[in-house]
Design a protein around this ligand. Structure first.
Ligand SMILES: CSC[C@H]1O[C@H](OP(=O)(O)O)[C@H](O)[C@@H]1O
Ligand SMILES: Nc1ncnc2[nH]cnc12
Length: 292
């Protein structure tokens, strides 16, 4: 019996449902931050509860810059998730990460510019650490699960989050390589920041669909090529989820991320805006219940 885990899965491009879930049910969740991208698909694999959210909505309706990441993360928390696995299509900035490979990333460079990136603000200020933005335990489980599913999976890598929706210019692509980025995408930020603020351990599995445009003067990314690759990748992504369910330890021991807000709130209790506290809702409940 596996207990204590409820895994939220954010499915990126090409991953809009998970057939292997038993007792499937699409449920509506509204949040103080607005509506998530779609209904949530709840179910289980064996004894492990899963909550799946198609990041762009079924049918891929929402572009990266218009995703309501706060509502998405809040909805997963409200649905009882203890941990979040994000699965994303990514471009490769490294020769040794060809299309078809998976990369379980452990760092981010955030170049997004126009997205609300925090649950906190005037009236309630918090600073969480993002030094290690992903959960080592969950990432290791995902990398093992990817391999068990039959994917070539690299452990560790830096994801460059760009604003999009256009793909990068060649000069940008070359620059990002010099910065040490390994893969590129448009969605992991601010998602990973918000997961940390919501005290949800987060892992991101990048499924490489293309080499972006850095390799030669006439190379460029085309959505049609990405889509062609997505079909095969998405099958592996779904299998990864099944393998992850099989491999989770029977008991979920606490993660340091479960309690990050205990050390992050800086606004004095009597200076806190009650409407902010209300809007933060379940994100703050645990911390506030411990404070006098
Ligand atoms: C379909 S290519 C561009 C699109 O794919 C990635 O999305 P996701 O991370 O949700 O798989 C990328 O970030 C872009 O949004
Ligand atoms: N080359 C690329 N750039 C940004 N996002 C992507 N998603 C998949 N491939 C990508």
């Amino acid at each position: 019996m596996t207990s204590g885990w409820t895994i939220g899965v954010i499915g990126g491009s090409g991953l809009y449902a998970i057939d292997a879930l038993e007792d499937q049910r699409w449920i509506d969740v509204d949040t103080p931050w607005g509506r998530p991208s779609d209904q949530l698909l709840t179910g289980r694999i064996g004894d492990v509860r899963f909550v799946f959210l198609p990041r762009h909505g079924r049918g891929h309706r929402i572009p990266p810059g218009e995703l309501n990441a706060r509502a998405n993360i809040y909805a997963l928390k409200a649905a009882g998730c203890t941990d979040v696995v994000a699965i994303s299509a990514v471009g490769s900035l490294r020769e040794e990460l060809p299309p078809g490979h998976f990369v379980v990333v452990d760092q981010f460079i955030d170049r997004t510019v126009a997205r609300p990136a925090s649950f906190f603000g005037t009236g309630l200020v918090a600073h969480v650490s993002l030094a290690d933005p992903t959960c080592e335990r969950l990432s290791a489980l995902c990398a093992d699960a990817a391999q068990a599913a039959g994917a070539d999976a690299a452990r560790g890598g830096t994801y460059l989050a760009m604003e999009g929706p256009q793909f990068s210019s060649r000069a940008e692509s070359l620059l990002f390589r010099q910065w040490g980025a390994d893969v590129i995408g448009m969605t992991a930020m601010p998602e990973a920041r918000l997961a940390r603020e919501a005290e949800l351990p987060y892992a991101l599995v990048g499924m490489v669909t293309d080499y972006d445009c850095w390799r030669s003067a006439n190379e460029k990314v085309e959505v049609a090529d990405v889509i062609a690759r997505l079909g095969a990748n998405a099958d592996l992504g779904r299998r990864l989820v099944v393998e992850l369910a099989r491999s989770l330890p029977a008991e979920r021991t606490p993660s340091p991320v479960d309690t990050v807000l205990d050390f992050a709130l800086i606004t004095a209790p009597d200076a806190r805006d009650p409407s902010m506290i209300e809007k933060l809702g379940i994100i703050l409940d645990r911390t506030l219940s411990r404070q006098p």
